[in-house]
Design a protein around this ligand. Structure first.
Ligand SMILES: [Zn+2]
Length: 475
């Protein structure tokens, strides 16, 4: 379903515009008698204090060894994300509007970053565990790199396993001596500050020496300001001259990037960086998918269920099918980046950004349709207003053709042109949006409900993508 996309894009614009007028960084850094300069988290705490993300207590102390409550966590993360906050009506019985964290708690809940217990309570004074903190950070910020790092006390089947692995991989968290992480331990204010500061600023990560560039770029502004945080109001450290070649270490949701040369590292606005146009991936004539970076985008998610029909939600169908697609592509040697692999809400702009950050070579958005119950069939969309229009249509056509096999038994609604946000603003890679079928149509819905059908559809989409890369190879 696609009708709400423009609205979502507009809401996102308002959010971004609001962030641009956030209050300037306070100049007078507070100091706390219980956080001397020798404290293990001194720099990180000060970094967050100067950014108004954490504050001291009324008695002038910071209390670094105190535990963090869920309400405090919601407030601090909400500030770090520039969310609305304030005093608001919430969905929780234990969070009245007059409660200091009511706005941020509802923000966290709306964004599916930190939800209540499902019994109507948020648990404002309950302490936050280290694994909950890892989950919060990976829901609030994008981390997709994983590694072989494991902790003896983090079960591979636990909900937090991937989150802790992702954060350990990039040095946002580290375990205790002896290979333990302490997932059920309550998190202290000092450790909370460490994790948030390391998330926001890679300079604070555990092994900054291990910081690996994800790309190279060239500065295309006459003088590009380098700041100590990803925000136009943050302190200016220095500037890069036009033409400077920089390593890019991370790209953030708000358009900023953490970059550096051998002598200077800091945050710059990503609009003034030029990336090499095509990633250099060695091609293998016998396997056109080998090494290709393919972004798979399961439509909707989290608070946005998409279209509904026959007891199904579009967001679930798109995710299940996308995971099968990921598996087939991976098996064929491609490198797959998912815009989401859980039931989480992402803005359309964020999906495009994730794709760009991954330097994807093809972007595949998966959706299911709805009309009034009478329409049925598969259709695949491309955009012709962006620089990739010819290849976009090729990709859409190859996929649509592969989806029309008798086994899938779908009506051919054709390859169509449209201005959907995720394919319109996907200038850096070929992109397509597939509407598998109509979730509110009895015949289509019975297929969408079938795992065998979804698996087969994913397999056929993977063949269509392969056809496209074959065509590129022979072009
Ligand atoms: Zn949709």
């Amino acid at each position: 379903m696609i009708c709400k996309k423009i609205v979502a894009a507009c809401l996102l614009f308002i959010l971004v515009a609001t962030q641009c007028i956030s209050s300037p960084e306070s100049v007078s850094a507070a100091s706390f008698p219980d956080v001397p300069t020798s404290h293990r988290a001194y720099s990180e705490i000060m970094y967050l204090v100067n950014r108004d993300i954490v504050t001291g207590t009324p008695n002038g102390k910071f209390n670094p060894e105190d535990y963090v409550t869920r309400a405090e966590a919601a407030t601090m993360i909400g500030r770090a994300l520039n969310l609305q906050g304030g005093y608001r009506q919430t969905e929780y019985v234990d969070v009245p509007k007059s409660f200091y964290a009511s706005g941020y708690i509802q923000d966290m809940s709306d964004a599916k970053i930190l939800a209540g217990y499902g019994n109507g309570n948020f648990g404002v004074s309950d302490k936050l565990t280290r694994e909950q903190m890892a989950l919060i950070i990976t829901r609030a910020w994008s981390f997709w790199e994983t590694s072989g790092i494991t902790f003896t006390d983090v079960n591979v089947n636990s909900e937090s396993y991937i989150a802790i692995n992702k954060l350990a991989t990039v040095g946002v968290v580290s375990g205790y001596p002896g290979g333990k992480f302490g997932p059920k331990d309550f998190i202290k204010r000092a450790d909370f500050a460490l994790m948030v500061a390391r998330t926001l600023n890679p300079e604070y990560r555990k092994n900054p020496a291990d910081l690996q560039p994800i790309a190279q770029a060239t500065v295309i502004a006459d003088s590009l300001n380098v700041r100590n945080a990803p925000d136009a109001s943050a302190t200016r450290i220095s500037a890069f001259a036009y033409g400077t070649k920089v390593n890019v270490y991370s790209k953030l949701e708000n358009g900023w990037a953490y970059v550096g040369t051998s002598s200077l590292k800091g945050f710059v606005h990503g609009a003034y960086l030029k990336y090499p146009s095509t990633p250099t991936v060695p091609t293998d004539p016998s396997n056109p998918l080998k090494g290709k970076i393919i972004v798979v985008d399961p439509g909707h998610g989290g608070t946005d269920p998409g279209a509904l029909g026959y007891g199904m939600k579009e967001k679930d169908i798109t995710l299940i099918t996308s995971k099968y697609l990921r598996d087939y592509l991976t098996e064929a040697g491609a490198k797959v980046v998912m815009t989401r692999d859980t039931d989480i809400f992402h803005s359309l702009e964020k999906r495009v950004l994730i794709a760009n950050n991954a330097s994807g070579e093809a972007f595949i958005s998966i959706h299911a349709n709805a009309f009034n119950g009478t329409a049925n069939g598969t259709e695949t969309y491309y955009n012709e207003d962006n620089s990739k229009s010819v290849d976009n249509k090729k990709l859409a056509t190859y996929i649509q053709n592969r989806l029309l096999i008798p086994e899938l038994d779908m009506k051919d609604r054709g390859v169509k042109e449209a201005n959907f946000y995720v394919i319109r603003y996907q200038n850096k890679m070929t992109s397509t949006l597939i509407e598998l079928g109509f979730i509110d149509n009895k015949s289509d819905a019975s297929k969408l409900a079938s795992d065998t059908w979804r698996k087969k559809a994913a397999y056929q989409i993977h063949l269509g993508i392969k056809d496209y890369f074959q065509y590129l190879q022979n072009k």
